[in-house]
Design a protein around this ligand. Structure first.
Ligand SMILES: C[S@@+](CC[C@H](N)C(=O)[O-])C[C@H]1O[C@@H](n2cnc3c(N)ncnc32)[C@H](O)[C@@H]1O
Length: 228
């Protein structure tokens, strides 16, 4: 099925949120990083500005800056009103209100949009879709998935998750996924089967508690590495 913009609700996180969600150290940030499903997040723009090496892939990069920008404007009020209705599902300590969240997300998406054309020309924003990645084996040290795998467990099958993770592990030595909750706020039902598969296929896994929690209970990241 074609990926159409009217189905997309662009919503992008900040560089600092990526650091916290993925527990990224200064050494991690020196590595070659792939962001899978980065959408309009500010991570690529900000890390590049700081001298890092990062590529983002996302199907939304089929669209140009004006199209993505218009879609952000069209969907913004609906997203904020849904968040308002479900505000008890979230933790309002570091971000204290829906309005503040809206400002933070719009600033992050503004950074992305300002960088998008240059980043596309430089090959940092590449149209692509898991479970297939257009890269050679071990092209990256680290591959990240923020708010895509596990979160959409109601829409994407176990097989999709297994294929996507294997593909990320083909192109990167280490994979980190955040959050481990689905959209309903419950743990992804696929976790047990996926961990079993990864262990049986020679990977080490760690579920690491991180300093970021916005979805209630969503403060864990999955780290996957080949056995050393
Ligand atoms: C909720 S957004 C998260 C954006 C960003 N990672 C963040 O945390 O701010 C989910 C992203 O997944 C992207 N996406 C949808 N299907 C995908 C696929 N098959 N492979 C990779 N990304 C996909 C969407 O276009 C969207 O940008």
């Amino acid at each position: 099925m074609a990926f159409t913009l009217d189905k997309v609700v662009p919503w992008g996180r900040t560089f600092d949120e990526y650091i916290a969600m993925f527990d990224l150290s200064d050494d991690d940030l020196k590595q070659r990083i792939l962001g899978c499903g980065d959408g309009p997040a500010a991570f690529n723009a900000e890390l590049t500005r700081r001298g890092g090496r990062v590529i983002s892939i996302d199907p939304v990069y089929a669209f140009d800056c004006e199209q993505i920008s218009s879609r952000i404007a069209e969907t913004y009020d609906t997203v904020l009103s849904q968040l308002n209705q479900n505000r008890e599902d979230y933790v309002w300590t570091s971000i204290t209100s829906v309005e503040e969240l809206g400002r933070i997300r719009m600033a992050a998406m503004g950074s992305f949009l300002a960088d998008y054309e240059a980043g596309t020309d430089e090959g940092r924003y590449i149209e692509g879709e898991l479970p297939t990645l257009p890269f050679e084996n071990e092209s990256f040290e680290l591959a990240l998935s923020s708010h895509f795998l596990f979160l959409y467990s109601a829409h994407l099958s176990t097989d999709f998750h297994l294929q996507a993770l294997q593909e990320m592990l083909r192109v990167a030595r280490e994979v980190r996924v955040f959050p481990l909750l689905a959209l309903d706020g419950k743990s992804s039902p696929y976790m047990e089967e996926i961990l079993k598969y990864l262990h049986e296929n020679g990977f080490d896994t760690e579920i690491r508690c991180v300093s970021y929690e916005f979805q209630q209970g969503g403060n864990e990241m999955l780290v996957i590495k080949g056995k050393s």
